[in-house]
Design a protein around this ligand. Sequence first.
Ligand SMILES: [Zn+2]
Ligand SMILES: [Zn+2]
Length: 146
Amino acid sequence: MTKESDAEQVQRLRETLSKAKLRTTAARIAVLRKLESAATPLTHAEVAEELVPLGFDKATVFRNLVDLVDAGLAWRTELGDHVWRFELQDPSHPDRGDHPHFVCVDCGSVTCLHDVTIPGTARTGWEQAGRVTEILLKGHCKSCIG
Ligand SMILES: [Zn+2]
Ligand SMILES: [Zn+2]
């Protein structure tokens, strides 16, 4: 598969937005492109850091992140530090963001664990505690182990 050009990417993202019944705006496209280029969930601050110099203000960036979540295009997770992290729904991983996350206690990096399946017996055990909304694993990431 050849790598898509910028114009093709923008065209595809426009279609994604229109399917989700969201109006195409420059800010939305910029936010989508940023999330799409990221391998890990990003905080509002991380997205804003890149987009504010392009002329979008922080509040606009935040509103657009929330719009994408509301429209079902993105997912947000809270990993115990009271910071929302946003990631796109990945069509190749149709788990609606419902995958475990691994947080490094040394550097704070977040990894999506798409290929980890939770045994049914574990889910049954959790039901005793309540409704699980986030599965979070903590440890030392590969680059911190060295
Ligand atoms: Zn680390
Ligand atoms: Zn994730």
